[in-house]
Design a protein around this ligand. Structure first.
Ligand code: GAL
Length: 705
């Protein structure tokens, strides 16, 4: 137990002498887990069917001896050169029919049976050999599925697509109906006529494009599942994961979550973007929510700069610590970096690593070692969970459909719109889950629906009965427009939400780039991107457009429905205006922040469970702030100061240097710039409960209602 701490470990890039040094340095950095072998296929199978695992045996044994757990990769993310030489058909093709050549990574067609067969054979060997290895803690399949090759348009993929369509639709008539092929003379007489949406003279059929995105996601998932089946046969009980990417359209994290034993994310905050921690927070909440609050793993982040942005900002002092604790505060039970030792050659030699080119006498190594020590000092956090009363709905199908071409405006991008709505909740200090529309919503007091363009009638009915039963719902423009096949719901947009919202939209009125309008009434402020002609049919108009072509028309409405209330926003409000609206909506829903009166820039979260109850305070600003606590608490961290090089925490996360922890009860905490505090009630800290005032009042919690 304990928060796992470590990095991607790529020993094949180094001579064996370095490996012993690595183990010593991992001990100094308090590493408890490494991800091993992600890109080792060429080393493990240097020629077809000839395997070399001797080196890997030595690495695993060494790690085991050092008490370091292994997240063992299946090595299938980058096929070796011999495979594409023997079978060029495994190489992917783009929509213009151009081949993607080997020489980088992920150069395989996800539908290729040849790729799958060779991958399966390798995984079979790996699983048979290492299933019982004492260091094995977790399997890591592939790497960032769909990162570079998320769709392939080759003939093998085309055949696979047709099989998938046959299973989905049964008859070509059903396919024609689903794809609205009566339009532009696209009707099919036979499944054999169907192709992937390769580059065409103009807009390809949108339902076909949408299905191709679903199919391509499924093809990747099949690769994952095929490998998972092999692992399950050899090592039942050893959890299996893969590292997902944030905001990543090709892979539906909610759909994949049903097949992963534990969710895992790679997240690279951009130090040059001052509020990138809010994008991180959104993605972390999504990871936590995907499997019902189960702790997740931050499998990759950079210790410093990355190498793949146009300008790669280094992490300033304290940022590595702050952003790592942010993940833990939002439910992560692992904090790993890419990568352990900085490469000397290859495309990532300027990407930071825990052991930089300059060695251990470096700020990055010192900060990483101090963080390792600190994380190990609070092992009881792992396994604890958080609770939210607000759910924000996100959906891959809807995003994919919204972001296709030939819409009223190409400026509607789902991650941006979702973040617009998440940000005011985050800034108000409200705990939030991020869920797909099909999940159980009855436990939430407020559900926020940012521009869910594609919404099935069934999901719209669920939202309607959620409100009828007393729920509070806020829906933004261009929601509930089309069904699963990108066909407009008949009956006046947004037809399936019309009853619950008490309105319909006669005309969409997207705004020109850079154009703004104003709204006035109970909500005031600037708006951009979108407006629309709203016809209220029962809804109360809270604010109207003050200028522009729709001046005088409704912009924001509220509708009492059953025992609940539904709000509607027909434009993109500037942040302050949306914040004001959401504050009111929250007040009506009775949703309070985790901690009242938080200074701006401070994030507060709570995790609780068998290990106790933990309040996390994270100062995302660079100036010091003081935070008043809800009751006297014990601060569990000692400030993340200098590294202790004495002793390692080892696998199992044995408590480190507990004597360094400040045990006095405090009523206020001073957080330095980028500072972090983790606090517990006295009853959760051995040795502190007997102090005067040391008990938390029964039933009191720092968490919202
Ligand atoms: C990730 C990838 C890693 C490494 C890293 C660099 O996308 O999984 O292998 O390339 O980026 O930031």
């Amino acid at each position: 137990m304990g928060i796992a701490y470590g990095a991607d470990y790529n020993p094949e890039q180094w001579p064996e002498e370095v490996w012993a040094q690595d183990l010593e340095l991992m001990r100094r950095a308090h590493v408890t887990m490494v991800t091993l072998g992600i890109f080792s296929w060429a080393r493990a199978e240097p020629r077809p069917g000839t395997y070399d695992f001797g080196w890997l045996d030595r690495v695993l044994d060494g790690l085991d001896g050092a008490g370091i757990a292994v997240c063992l990769a299946t090595m299938t993310a980058s096929p070796p050169p011999w495979l594409s030489r023997l079978h060029p058909g495994i190489l992917p093709e783009d929509a213009d029919g151009r081949r993607r050549w080997p020489g980088a990574r992920q150069h395989y067609c996800p539908s290729s049976p040849v790729y799958r067969e060779h991958a399966g054979r390798l995984v079979e060997r790996l699983a048979a050999r290492y299933a019982g290895h004492p260091a094995l803690a977790l399997w890591h399949i592939g790497n960032e599925y769909g990162c570079h090759t998320h769709q392939c348009f080759c003939p093998v993929s085309a055949r696979h697509f047709r099989r998938w369509l046959r299973e989905r639709y049964g008859t070509v008539g059903a396919l024609n109906d689903a794809w609205s092929t009566a339009f532009w003379s696209q009707s099919y007489g036979d499944f054999e006529e169907v192709l992937p949406p390769r580059t065409a003279p103009t807009f390809p059929n949108p339902a076909q494009q949408l299905d191709y995105q679903r199919f391509s996601d499924r093809a990747l998932l099949e690769c994952f599942l095929a490998e998972k089946a092999v692992l399950a046969r050899h090592s039942p009980g050893v959890p299996v994961t893969t590292n997902l990417m944030p905001d990543h359209r090709p892979v539906d994290a909610f759909a994949w979550s049903a097949h992963m034993d534990v969710m895992a994310l790679d997240f690279y905050q951009d130090p040059f973007v001052p509020d990138d921690h809010i994008r991180a927070a959104y993605n972390f909440d999504l990871m936590r929510s995907a499997r019902g609050g189960q702790p997740w793993l931050l499998l990759e982040q950079a210790p410093g700069a990355v190498n793949w942005r146009a300008r790669n900002g280094p992490k300033p002092p304290g940022a590595m610590r702050l952003w790592s604790w942010q993940a833990v505060a939002q439910g992560a039970d692992a904090v790993l970096f890419f990568q352990w030792r900085q490469s000397l050659g290859g495309a990532e030699k300027f990407h930071s690593a825990v052991v930089p080119h300059g060695g251990t006498g470096t700020r990055i190594f010192r900060e990483a070692a101090a963080l390792g020590r600190e994380l190990a000092s609070v092992p009881r956090i792992s396994g604890t969970r958080s609770r939210a009363r607000v759910a924000l709905l996100a959906d891959w199908d809807s995003r994919r459909a919204l972001e296709l071409d030939s819409r009223p405006s190409t400026a509607l991008e789902q991650p941006r719109l979702a973040l617009d709505h998440y940000r005011p909740l985050f800034e108000a200090g409200v705990a939030c889950d991020v869920l797909p529309p099909g999940r159980e919503l009855s436990g939430y007091r407020l559900v926020v629906v940012p521009s869910l363009y594609l919404l099935t009638a069934a999901d719209a009915r669920r939202l309607t009965s959620y409100v009828a039963g007393g729920g509070h719902l806020l829906v933004s423009f261009f929601s509930g427009i089309v069904d699963r096949c990108d066909r407009v719901h008949p009956g006046g947009c947004p037809a399936p939400l019309r009853e619950v919202l008490g309105l319909w939209v006669e005309e969409f009125w997207p705004l020109e780039e850079g154009a703004t309008v104003h709204v006035h009434g109970a909500v005031r402020g600037r708006a951009d991107l979108w407006s629309e002609v709203i016809v209220a049919e029962g809804a109360e108009v809270l604010a109207r457009f003050a200028d522009g072509a729709l001046a005088g028309g409704p912009a924001v409405t509220r509708h009492g429905y059953g025992r609940g209330t539904a709000w509607y926003v027909g434009t993109r409000l500037e942040p302050a205006a949306l914040r004001a609206l959401l504050d009111e909506v929250r007040a009506a829903a009775g949703v309070r922040p985790v901690l009242a009166g938080l200074p701006a820039g401070v994030q507060a979260t709570v995790r609780e469970g068998a290990g106790g109850r933990f309040l996390f305070l994270l100062n995302h600003e660079t100036a010091a702030v003081e935070v008043a606590l809800p009751q006297p608490m014990v601060s569990l961290l000692d400030g993340g100061g200098a590294d202790s090089t004495a002793g390692g925490s080892g696998r199992g996360g044995a408590p480190m240097r507990r004597q360094a922890v400040e045990r006095a009860l405090v009523e206020r905490v001073t957080l330095p710039g980028r500072g972090v505090a983790v606090l517990s009630g006295a009853e959760d800290v051995p040795g502190a409960a007997d102090r005067p005032g040391g008990q938390l009042p029964k039933g009191r919690t720092a968490q919202g209602p």
